[in-house]
Design a protein around this ligand. Structure first.
Ligand SMILES: [Zn+2]
Length: 398
């Protein structure tokens, strides 16, 4: 396991050339007409044709070999605990395995699987600050884990949110996993969080494991969190009429998760499309979970929504990249000058019936990953987890 601090070493200049297809991650223009990306010191500085750039001084040159480059995938809903270990399924190395599924950024929806998790106010604040610090310092495989997401309890007062924000906490864990399960209390605390710049999400649907509870549409709409966490349930979904009410009753993010109800995910997608609000759709796995840890979970969601939800594959990739980045104010997720040089390089899986990578995803297959890059640094080459890519990129010079 490679453990990397947030910043790399000295100055770096990455050139990725011979790109066959460039997916931007941005819904308004999901495919870019370009074959080369330049990134300096971890940020994208150029997108265009090879001839347009001075590649002098490159510290790494990647020949994409005609394959597809997309922004690194973002998992909007994970439950990390400590380092690259999860007690939920007693597994080590799960985050590194997700990197082999193209995930370069993860967002914590609460460190709720911590054995002996404190529920008193001082204890839950301390744990959130600890998790934020620990995952900032330690990036398993290079993956950026945004953690430190306290689960709110009824005894909290406004000053607790001010104190958490001042200490660097930027997220709330899923509202509803702690003692706060009613609309008015949730709304008051979500408002405090928002006032101090802390983003919020909520557990939607039936209880996921013994100890969690039902959160229905009335509580979801009253709480008014920034993201409607797993609107397709985690696993138990709300009835369709309630899902429709939530989609139509607010403008917040609609998060679809792998560890949820697939039919409800497709139902939500259909409503978002009818409303012409696909920019609200973001993806997560909600893992580790009772059903395990899914390193390919985000890719599987992209493929599910594209094939059964009848969304072009290049649009479905936006749900896992640019949509999430914009909603969560991240500097990654879109191939655009100035953003983080976080990429996944993919191709059609060997023997897929699809004509090309987009067609193969549209047919329900997963793409094969040939390389991941975070902050302009190559982190992995051919994935150990995806079906093998037909063509893979190569590092041709340093
Ligand atoms: Zn949940």
């Amino acid at each position: 396991m490679a453990h990397d601090a947030p910043q790399g070493g000295g100055p770096s200049k990455l050139v990725i050339r011979n790109i066959g297809l460039m997916l931007s991650g941005a819904l308004e223009k999901p495919i870019l007409d370009a074959d080369t990306i330049i990134a300096e010191n971890g940020k994208i500085t150029g997108i265009g044709r090879l001839g347009d750039f001075d590649v002098e001084g490159a510290t790494t040159i990647v020949d994409a070999n005609g394959t597809t480059v997309a922004p690194g995938l973002i998992d909007s809903h994970v439950h990390p605990v400590a380092g690259d270990w999860t007690p939920r399924q007693n597994q080590i190395g799960w985050i590194d395995s997700f990197l082999h599924g193209g995930v370069t950024t993860m967002i914590s929806a609460g460190e709720v699987h911590m054995p002996g998790r404190p529920r008193d106010v001082v204890g839950l604040k301390a744990m959130a600050i600890f998790a934020q610090r620990a995952f900032w310092t330690l990036r398993p495989g290079g993956v950026k884990v945004h953690a430190g997401a306290p689960v709110i309890e009824c005894e909290m007062v406004e000053d607790d949110f001010r104190e958490l924000a001042a200490a660097g906490v930027k997220l709330l864990g899923e509202v509803g996993l702690g003692g706060v399960k009613d609309g008015p209390t949730a709304r008051k605390m979500v408002g405090w969080a928002r006032k101090y710049g802390i983003q919020s999400t909520i557990h939607t649907g039936g209880p996921s494991i013994p100890g969690s509870g039902l959160i229905d549409k009335d509580v979801v709409l009253e709480a008014d969190t920034d993201v409607i966490g797993h609107i397709n349930g985690g696993h138990t979904a709300l009835p369709d009429d309630q899902i429709r009410c939530i989609c139509e009753g607010c403008k917040r993010g609609l998060e679809l998760v792998h560890n949820g109800n697939e039919r409800s995910a497709l139902f939500t997608l259909r409503i978002a499309r009818e409303m012409d609000e696909l920019s609200r759709v973001i993806l997560g796995t909600d893992s580790p979970a009772g059903s395990g840890v899914q390193p390919l979970g985000i890719l599987r969601m992209v493929s599910l929504l594209s094939s059964l939800g009848e969304v072009p594959a290049e649009i479905a990739f936006c749900f896992a990249t640019g949509n999430t980045a914009r909603m969560r104010a991240l500097d990654c997720g879109i191939i655009e000058v100035g953003r983080a040089a976080d990429f996944v390089i993919m191709d059609k899986a060997q023997h897929s019936a699809g004509k090309n990578i987009l067609d193969s995803v549209r047919l329900g297959d997963l793409p094969g990953i040939g390389m991941t890059i975070i902050d302009g640094i190559v982190r992995t080459q051919r994935s150990r987890n995806t079906p093998p890519a037909t063509k893979v990129p190569e590092i041709i010079g340093h």
